[in-house]
Ligand binder design. Structure first.
Ligand SMILES: [Zn+2]
Length: 336
Protein backbone atom coordinates (compact mmCIF):
# COMPACT_ATOMS: atom_id res chain seq x y z
CA UNK A 1 0.00 0.00 0.00
CA UNK A 2 1.36 3.42 -0.92
CA UNK A 3 0.14 6.57 0.79
CA UNK A 4 0.71 10.05 -0.60
CA UNK A 5 -0.10 13.05 1.61
CA UNK A 6 -0.09 16.67 0.45
CA UNK A 7 -0.36 19.23 3.25
CA UNK A 8 -1.11 22.51 1.50
CA UNK A 9 0.40 25.72 2.77
CA UNK A 10 -2.72 27.69 3.70
CA UNK A 11 -1.18 29.75 6.52
CA UNK A 12 -2.71 29.01 9.91
CA UNK A 13 -5.22 26.64 8.35
CA UNK A 14 -5.61 23.04 7.19
CA UNK A 15 -6.14 21.56 3.73
CA UNK A 16 -4.80 18.04 3.35
CA UNK A 17 -5.14 15.72 0.36
CA UNK A 18 -4.55 12.00 0.84
CA UNK A 19 -4.17 9.39 -1.90
CA UNK A 20 -3.88 5.68 -1.13
CA UNK A 21 -3.00 3.06 -3.71
CA UNK A 22 -3.21 -0.64 -3.00
CA UNK A 23 -3.06 -3.68 -5.31
CA UNK A 24 -6.69 -3.51 -6.38
CA UNK A 25 -7.98 -0.42 -4.61
CA UNK A 26 -7.41 3.31 -4.80
CA UNK A 27 -8.72 6.11 -2.65
CA UNK A 28 -8.50 9.89 -2.56
CA UNK A 29 -9.89 12.01 0.23
CA UNK A 30 -9.69 15.60 1.40
CA UNK A 31 -9.44 16.81 4.98
CA UNK A 32 -10.62 20.45 5.36
CA UNK A 33 -10.11 23.12 2.70
CA UNK A 34 -8.46 26.12 4.35
CA UNK A 35 -9.99 29.61 4.43
CA UNK A 36 -12.52 30.84 1.86
CA UNK A 37 -9.70 32.50 -0.11
CA UNK A 38 -7.76 29.22 -0.32
CA UNK A 39 -10.40 27.61 -2.54
CA UNK A 40 -8.59 28.06 -5.90
CA UNK A 41 -5.39 26.57 -4.57
CA UNK A 42 -7.14 23.65 -2.88
CA UNK A 43 -9.32 22.94 -5.91
CA UNK A 44 -6.39 22.92 -8.33
CA UNK A 45 -4.32 20.61 -6.15
CA UNK A 46 -7.16 18.19 -5.54
CA UNK A 47 -7.85 17.97 -9.29
CA UNK A 48 -4.18 17.26 -9.93
CA UNK A 49 -4.11 14.40 -7.41
CA UNK A 50 -7.38 12.94 -8.73
CA UNK A 51 -6.05 13.04 -12.32
CA UNK A 52 -2.95 11.13 -11.25
CA UNK A 53 -5.17 8.13 -10.40
CA UNK A 54 -7.90 8.82 -12.96
CA UNK A 55 -10.62 9.40 -10.41
CA UNK A 56 -13.41 11.92 -11.13
CA UNK A 57 -13.94 12.99 -7.51
CA UNK A 58 -12.61 12.39 -4.02
CA UNK A 59 -14.12 9.35 -2.26
CA UNK A 60 -15.02 11.49 0.71
CA UNK A 61 -14.41 14.85 2.35
CA UNK A 62 -13.84 15.31 6.06
CA UNK A 63 -14.49 18.62 7.77
CA UNK A 64 -12.72 18.31 11.12
CA UNK A 65 -14.63 21.25 12.73
CA UNK A 66 -16.39 24.48 11.79
CA UNK A 67 -13.59 27.06 12.21
CA UNK A 68 -13.00 29.36 9.23
CA UNK A 69 -9.48 28.10 8.52
CA UNK A 70 -10.83 24.55 7.98
CA UNK A 71 -14.38 24.89 6.70
CA UNK A 72 -13.86 28.17 4.78
CA UNK A 73 -12.85 26.72 1.40
CA UNK A 74 -15.25 23.78 1.57
CA UNK A 75 -18.42 25.42 0.34
CA UNK A 76 -16.93 26.16 -3.08
CA UNK A 77 -14.94 22.94 -3.16
CA UNK A 78 -17.95 20.62 -2.72
CA UNK A 79 -19.65 22.43 -5.63
CA UNK A 80 -16.82 21.19 -7.89
CA UNK A 81 -18.19 17.70 -7.24
CA UNK A 82 -21.90 18.40 -7.47
CA UNK A 83 -22.35 15.55 -9.96
CA UNK A 84 -20.39 12.85 -8.16
CA UNK A 85 -21.51 13.85 -4.65
CA UNK A 86 -18.75 12.40 -2.48
CA UNK A 87 -19.91 11.79 1.08
CA UNK A 88 -19.11 14.63 3.46
CA UNK A 89 -18.29 13.89 7.08
CA UNK A 90 -19.12 16.96 9.10
CA UNK A 91 -20.28 17.68 12.65
CA UNK A 92 -23.63 19.44 12.56
CA UNK A 93 -22.57 21.42 15.64
CA UNK A 94 -24.41 24.51 14.41
CA UNK A 95 -27.69 22.69 15.04
CA UNK A 96 -26.86 22.64 18.74
CA UNK A 97 -26.01 26.34 18.85
CA UNK A 98 -28.71 28.93 19.31
CA UNK A 99 -27.87 31.13 16.34
CA UNK A 100 -30.67 33.57 17.16
CA UNK A 101 -29.13 34.21 20.61
CA UNK A 102 -25.76 34.67 19.02
CA UNK A 103 -27.10 37.13 16.44
CA UNK A 104 -28.79 39.11 19.20
CA UNK A 105 -25.55 39.28 21.16
CA UNK A 106 -23.82 40.66 18.07
CA UNK A 107 -26.54 43.23 17.44
CA UNK A 108 -26.80 44.50 21.01
CA UNK A 109 -23.17 45.07 21.91
CA UNK A 110 -21.68 48.46 21.02
CA UNK A 111 -19.19 48.05 18.21
CA UNK A 112 -15.88 49.53 19.22
CA UNK A 113 -13.47 46.68 18.65
CA UNK A 114 -11.33 45.60 15.81
CA UNK A 115 -12.07 42.28 14.20
CA UNK A 116 -9.00 40.10 14.68
CA UNK A 117 -7.79 38.88 11.30
CA UNK A 118 -7.39 35.18 10.48
CA UNK A 119 -3.68 35.57 10.90
CA UNK A 120 -3.65 37.03 14.38
CA UNK A 121 -6.78 35.76 16.04
CA UNK A 122 -4.80 34.96 19.16
CA UNK A 123 -3.24 38.40 19.34
CA UNK A 124 -6.40 40.45 19.80
CA UNK A 125 -5.73 43.42 22.05
CA UNK A 126 -7.39 43.80 25.43
CA UNK A 127 -9.48 46.70 24.22
CA UNK A 128 -11.31 44.72 21.59
CA UNK A 129 -14.95 44.68 22.58
CA UNK A 130 -17.00 41.54 23.08
CA UNK A 131 -18.75 42.19 19.80
CA UNK A 132 -15.62 41.07 18.01
CA UNK A 133 -15.78 37.68 19.62
CA UNK A 134 -19.52 37.24 19.17
CA UNK A 135 -19.14 38.19 15.54
CA UNK A 136 -16.20 35.85 15.14
CA UNK A 137 -18.11 32.86 16.49
CA UNK A 138 -21.20 33.78 14.48
CA UNK A 139 -19.22 34.02 11.23
CA UNK A 140 -17.71 30.56 11.61
CA UNK A 141 -20.98 28.96 12.71
CA UNK A 142 -22.75 30.57 9.74
CA UNK A 143 -20.27 28.92 7.38
CA UNK A 144 -21.23 25.51 8.70
CA UNK A 145 -24.90 26.37 8.35
CA UNK A 146 -24.37 27.54 4.75
CA UNK A 147 -22.45 24.38 3.91
CA UNK A 148 -25.11 22.07 5.36
CA UNK A 149 -27.86 24.10 3.67
CA UNK A 150 -26.19 23.52 0.34
CA UNK A 151 -25.17 19.87 0.82
CA UNK A 152 -28.43 18.37 2.05
CA UNK A 153 -30.87 19.61 -0.61
CA UNK A 154 -28.23 18.92 -3.30
CA UNK A 155 -28.35 15.26 -2.24
CA UNK A 156 -24.90 14.86 -0.66
CA UNK A 157 -24.72 12.41 2.20
CA UNK A 158 -23.64 14.29 5.35
CA UNK A 159 -22.66 12.24 8.33
CA UNK A 160 -21.22 13.06 11.75
CA UNK A 161 -17.56 12.06 11.99
CA UNK A 162 -17.95 10.27 15.31
CA UNK A 163 -15.78 7.31 16.29
CA UNK A 164 -18.78 4.96 16.39
CA UNK A 165 -20.31 6.12 13.07
CA UNK A 166 -17.38 6.42 10.75
CA UNK A 167 -16.97 3.76 8.08
CA UNK A 168 -15.62 3.90 4.53
CA UNK A 169 -16.61 0.97 2.31
CA UNK A 170 -13.70 -1.32 1.50
CA UNK A 171 -11.34 0.68 3.69
CA UNK A 172 -11.36 -0.83 7.19
CA UNK A 173 -7.91 0.74 7.64
CA UNK A 174 -9.60 4.10 8.20
CA UNK A 175 -11.16 5.15 11.48
CA UNK A 176 -12.13 8.20 13.49
CA UNK A 177 -10.47 8.10 16.90
CA UNK A 178 -12.10 11.22 18.35
CA UNK A 179 -14.62 12.45 19.19
CA UNK A 180 -16.55 9.50 20.52
CA UNK A 181 -20.25 10.23 20.92
CA UNK A 182 -19.85 10.67 24.66
CA UNK A 183 -16.92 13.08 24.32
CA UNK A 184 -18.88 15.11 21.76
CA UNK A 185 -21.79 15.30 24.18
CA UNK A 186 -19.56 16.61 26.96
CA UNK A 187 -18.27 19.33 24.63
CA UNK A 188 -21.66 20.25 23.17
CA UNK A 189 -24.36 19.04 25.56
CA UNK A 190 -28.00 19.17 24.47
CA UNK A 191 -28.71 22.41 26.31
CA UNK A 192 -25.60 24.52 26.49
CA UNK A 193 -25.65 28.27 26.64
CA UNK A 194 -24.58 30.34 23.66
CA UNK A 195 -23.12 32.87 26.09
CA UNK A 196 -20.86 30.14 27.51
CA UNK A 197 -19.70 29.13 24.06
CA UNK A 198 -18.78 32.71 23.21
CA UNK A 199 -17.05 33.24 26.54
CA UNK A 200 -15.06 30.11 25.91
CA UNK A 201 -13.91 31.55 22.56
CA UNK A 202 -13.13 34.91 24.16
CA UNK A 203 -10.94 33.39 26.87
CA UNK A 204 -9.06 31.44 24.28
CA UNK A 205 -8.53 34.39 21.95
CA UNK A 206 -7.37 36.56 24.84
CA UNK A 207 -5.03 33.87 26.21
CA UNK A 208 -1.41 34.64 25.56
CA UNK A 209 0.38 31.94 23.63
CA UNK A 210 3.94 32.44 24.71
CA UNK A 211 6.76 29.95 24.89
CA UNK A 212 8.22 29.38 28.32
CA UNK A 213 11.81 30.19 29.21
CA UNK A 214 12.28 28.27 32.45
CA UNK A 215 13.77 24.96 31.31
CA UNK A 216 16.24 24.12 28.55
CA UNK A 217 14.42 20.92 27.61
CA UNK A 218 11.85 21.92 24.96
CA UNK A 219 9.63 18.95 25.80
CA UNK A 220 9.61 19.89 29.50
CA UNK A 221 8.95 23.52 28.63
CA UNK A 222 5.98 22.40 26.63
CA UNK A 223 4.28 21.18 29.81
CA UNK A 224 4.43 24.59 31.50
CA UNK A 225 1.65 27.13 31.24
CA UNK A 226 -1.13 26.34 28.75
CA UNK A 227 -4.11 28.41 27.67
CA UNK A 228 -7.56 26.86 27.22
CA UNK A 229 -8.80 25.83 23.78
CA UNK A 230 -12.29 26.09 22.32
CA UNK A 231 -14.90 23.34 22.39
CA UNK A 232 -14.99 23.28 18.59
CA UNK A 233 -11.23 22.70 18.43
CA UNK A 234 -11.49 20.03 21.10
CA UNK A 235 -14.23 18.44 18.98
CA UNK A 236 -11.98 18.16 15.88
CA UNK A 237 -12.28 14.82 14.15
CA UNK A 238 -9.06 12.84 14.52
CA UNK A 239 -8.68 10.46 11.57
CA UNK A 240 -6.38 7.45 11.55
CA UNK A 241 -5.24 5.41 8.57
CA UNK A 242 -3.29 2.24 9.24
CA UNK A 243 -1.28 1.39 6.12
CA UNK A 244 0.53 -1.95 6.38
CA UNK A 245 0.79 -1.47 10.14
CA UNK A 246 1.96 2.16 9.87
CA UNK A 247 -0.23 4.51 11.86
CA UNK A 248 -0.98 7.78 10.10
CA UNK A 249 -2.92 10.42 12.05
CA UNK A 250 -4.58 13.69 11.03
CA UNK A 251 -5.67 15.62 14.07
CA UNK A 252 -7.36 18.87 12.95
CA UNK A 253 -7.20 21.31 15.87
CA UNK A 254 -7.79 18.63 18.54
CA UNK A 255 -6.51 19.22 22.06
CA UNK A 256 -4.77 17.19 24.75
CA UNK A 257 -8.12 16.12 26.23
CA UNK A 258 -9.30 14.97 22.79
CA UNK A 259 -6.34 12.58 22.52
CA UNK A 260 -6.77 11.42 26.09
CA UNK A 261 -10.48 10.75 25.51
CA UNK A 262 -9.65 8.14 22.84
CA UNK A 263 -10.46 4.76 24.38
CA UNK A 264 -7.17 3.00 25.21
CA UNK A 265 -5.25 6.01 23.88
CA UNK A 266 -1.89 4.86 25.20
CA UNK A 267 -2.00 1.83 22.92
CA UNK A 268 -3.80 3.45 20.02
CA UNK A 269 -1.39 6.41 19.80
CA UNK A 270 1.77 4.45 20.54
CA UNK A 271 4.48 4.90 17.87
CA UNK A 272 3.03 6.71 14.88
CA UNK A 273 4.51 6.80 11.43
CA UNK A 274 2.98 10.16 10.53
CA UNK A 275 1.29 12.93 12.49
CA UNK A 276 -0.39 16.07 11.19
CA UNK A 277 0.33 18.03 14.35
CA UNK A 278 -2.82 19.51 15.98
CA UNK A 279 -3.82 23.16 15.80
CA UNK A 280 -1.07 24.55 13.59
CA UNK A 281 1.64 23.69 16.12
CA UNK A 282 0.09 25.58 19.03
CA UNK A 283 1.61 24.80 22.43
CA UNK A 284 -1.87 24.54 23.96
CA UNK A 285 -2.87 21.40 22.06
CA UNK A 286 -0.07 18.94 22.77
CA UNK A 287 2.24 18.00 25.62
CA UNK A 288 5.42 16.09 26.33
CA UNK A 289 3.63 12.85 27.17
CA UNK A 290 1.69 12.79 23.90
CA UNK A 291 4.67 13.64 21.70
CA UNK A 292 6.80 11.02 23.37
CA UNK A 293 4.01 8.44 23.21
CA UNK A 294 3.21 9.10 19.54
CA UNK A 295 6.87 9.52 18.62
CA UNK A 296 5.91 10.09 14.99
CA UNK A 297 8.57 9.24 12.47
CA UNK A 298 7.29 12.12 10.34
CA UNK A 299 5.54 15.18 11.82
CA UNK A 300 4.01 17.93 9.71
CA UNK A 301 2.78 21.26 11.05
CA UNK A 302 0.41 23.28 8.88
CA UNK A 303 0.82 26.67 10.45
CA UNK A 304 2.38 30.09 10.51
CA UNK A 305 1.72 32.33 13.54
CA UNK A 306 0.42 29.55 15.76
CA UNK A 307 3.62 27.49 15.51
CA UNK A 308 5.20 27.27 18.95
CA UNK A 309 8.98 27.14 19.18
CA UNK A 310 8.71 24.61 22.03
CA UNK A 311 6.41 22.29 20.05
CA UNK A 312 8.76 22.47 17.10
CA UNK A 313 11.86 21.86 19.23
CA UNK A 314 10.26 18.96 21.12
CA UNK A 315 9.17 17.37 17.82
CA UNK A 316 12.65 17.86 16.37
CA UNK A 317 14.13 16.14 19.42
CA UNK A 318 11.70 13.22 19.06
CA UNK A 319 10.90 12.65 15.36
CA UNK A 320 13.03 11.74 12.37
CA UNK A 321 11.51 14.37 10.10
CA UNK A 322 9.64 17.57 10.96
CA UNK A 323 8.24 19.93 8.32
CA UNK A 324 6.33 23.18 8.67
CA UNK A 325 4.28 24.88 5.93
CA UNK A 326 5.41 28.18 7.46
CA UNK A 327 8.69 27.60 5.67
CA UNK A 328 6.90 28.42 2.44
CA UNK A 329 5.81 25.36 0.55
CA UNK A 330 3.20 22.68 0.38
CA UNK A 331 4.52 19.52 1.98
CA UNK A 332 4.39 16.20 0.11
CA UNK A 333 4.98 12.98 2.01
CA UNK A 334 5.07 9.56 0.39
CA UNK A 335 4.80 6.53 2.64
CA UNK A 336 5.81 3.35 0.82
ZN1 LIG B 1 -7.34 25.76 12.73
Amino acid sequence: MEVFIRVLNVGDGDAVIVKVIDTDRKLVFMIDAGHPYDYEKVSKNLKEVLESVELPAPDFILCTHYDNDHIGGLLKLVKDYETQKPSVWIHATSEKINVKDLTELVNHEPENGIMPSEEDDNLAGENSANIVYYQNVLTTVEQEIALLEYLRPAGFSCKEPLAENFKIDQWPELSILSPTTSFYETLFPEHFSTQELVENHMNVLKGAETDQKISDDPCKKLDLKKSPITATNMNSAILMLVADGKKIIFSGDAGIESFEAIPDYKNVLDQLYFLKVPHHGSRNNINQELIQLMKPRIAVISGRHHVSGDVLACLKATCEEVSVTKDGQDIDVTIP
